[in-house]
Design a protein around this ligand. Sequence first.
Ligand code: HPA
Ligand code: ZN
Length: 319
Amino acid sequence: MPLPKAELHLHIEGTLEPELAFALAARNAVELPFENTEALRRAYDFEDLQSFLDLYYSLMAVLRTEDDFADLTDAYLARAAAQGVRHAEIFFDPQAHISRGVPMGTVVDGLARALDASEQRHGISTRLIMCFLRDRSAESAMETLEAAKPYLHRITAVGLDSAEADNPPSKFREVYEAAAALGLRKVAHAGEEGPASYVREALDVLGVERVDHGLRCLEDAELVARLARERIPLTLCPLSNVRLRVIDTLEDHPLDRMMDAGLMCTVNSDDPAYFGGYVGDTFHAVREALSLDEERLRELARNSFLASFLEDDEERRAR
Ligand code: HPA
Ligand code: ZN
């Protein structure tokens, strides 16, 4: 039996496996710039975050209908369930779809169809986190929040993703204030490729409850002490860090040192179709690479529920 766990850092568009990409391309008569799944897999050799994002956004062309989003989500939930996931807080990128002519309603209704069946079908409770693309304007983020207003009952939190360098959290101060006023909770990617100061901004300017990645907090000892003291969860994604060359090898990953420093770490898959594993695979890989003992693994699993947006009673049931 795999360890029960929650997944808190998962981009639903990053669960698009090559086989499903080709099936959806055929269903929607979309031409992919790859001959077959093998050729596509060979393109999963990334140099940095941007080289991944280029492929990630281009493959989204196959996602067009409510059925597509429902099928994508159901496929993720089935894989996650097999690896012990009991609760998933799922990011989606509406701007990447709206700008291709796929309306917010198509995206959210498709995701929601799969999520509504998830507890029954897969034993996984879920939340949705709507991400703003930080390499687009603050105005575009605000328009996205506006477009989400009819669907807010489906959305728990806002997040911030895409190309981090030169797109600091402070650019999105107003839209985060507006989101909070609508009752949405707040997370943001920070300190993946961007500096430790972006982690500070995410906390102090945006008021996030959790930091996605947060790895580069390690460059600022005072910040590490604060994150530990305030028990701010970090949603780490070790396989992603290796594939996007944020760190050289998994053996070099600072996860164990971060836990030693008292940081509240969780382990997640980020974009599992692209980075070589789902969250159970990730647990297995870090256990091997860093020689983590059972107690450490249980702590990571426990943290994943404690850092989730589940209410206390739900959290106990999920564990
Ligand atoms: N970082 C930033 N944006 C993203 C990622 C990531 O790892 N995956 C999907 N969007
Ligand atoms: Zn991410």
